[in-house]
Design a protein around this ligand. Structure first.
Ligand code: BTN
Length: 261
């Protein structure tokens, strides 16, 4: 049987090359700087995973702690073809939502998406997404997910962290998890190509109830507080203001969204 899995600098591991889902290929490193960087050299429908990363990066180029036991993976996908005019601006949110679905399927009922790309379990951050989009070429979906790794960070993270193993009696192995997320991407692309983003945005908005009190901090340092009432068609947050009325904060202006303020 021919395997569609390539092992690079592999250390002993329980990787099962045959757990790679149909239509995908897999590359696994023992240790690399960043799977998002390695992924740039790989064709669409590749899963690029590493046991540890020396230079894992999060949003805004923040350091991403990547010790053994966590899922540090990048998926290379082609840009989906939209059924009607529009752009891929909300694609990252759609991926986050699809990945929340994977966590729920595993039995983590409290899994949720914190705008824009954090995978939360209740009020703790389990993982995050870093997408690199070259709309006409390929998209790299980087996923960092705490699974069995230590959560002893050099510096306390802004949001308390959690990991999958603490929420599941039987936590799947990393290759199985990577495969589950890859399959969710396959299904997401089929859905986007069939119906676009409106239905997905409706589901994301529905999951934002009851609304949380949040503070949206802009890139220029200013901030607005209110209840997160929903997301606009382009994924921008809409806040219900304490004094009445609403504010739409353009997604591109936002540095971060803080909860429990
Ligand atoms: C965030 O929450 O800021 C996003 C973190 C994304 C981390 C993952 S780990 C795999 C991939 N490689 C990286 O260097 N970053 C992403």
């Amino acid at each position: 049987m021919v395997s569609n899995s390539v092992l690079r600098d592999m250390i002993s591991d329980s990787d099962d090359p045959f757990s790679v889902p149909p239509g995908w290929r897999s590359v696994v490193y023992a240790n690399t700087a960043s799977t998002n960087i390695e992924a740039r050299e790989e064709p669409a429908w590749s899963i690029v995973r590493s046991h540890t990363q020396r230079g894992g990066r999060g949003r805004f180029d923040r350091e991403w702690f990547s010790p053994a036991g966590g899922l540090w993976v990048s998926f290379v996908v082609p840009p989906p073809r939209l059924p009607s005019a529009g752009d891929l601006g909300v694609y990252p949110l759609a991926v986050g939502w699809a990945f929340v679905g994977v966590l729920k399927e595993l039995g983590i009922a409290e899994a949720r998406l914190r705008w824009p790309n954090d995978l939360m379990i209740a009020d703790r951050k389990a993982g995050g997404l870093l997408l690199e989009m070259k709309p006409k070429k390929k998209i790299i979906v980087g996923l960092g997910l705490n699974v069995r790794n230590t959560l002893e960070f050099a510096e306390a993270p802004a949001t308390p962290a959690t990991r999958l193993a603490d929420h599941l009696e039987e936590c799947p192995e990393l290759p199985t998890l990577a495969s589950n997320f890859a399959l969710a991407l396959t299904a997401l692309h089929e859905r986007i190509e069939r119906e676009g983003f409106p239905g997905i945005l409706r589901e994301i908005n529905f999951a934002l109830t009851p609304p949380r009190h949040v503070r949206v901090v802009r890139l220029d340092g200013s901030s607005t507080e209110g209840e997160l009432a929903g997301l606009d068609d382009d994924g921008s947050p809409l806040l219900r203001l304490p004094g009445g009325g609403y504010a739409r904060i353009p997604a591109g202006d936002v540095l971060r969204l803080e909860e429990n303020v």
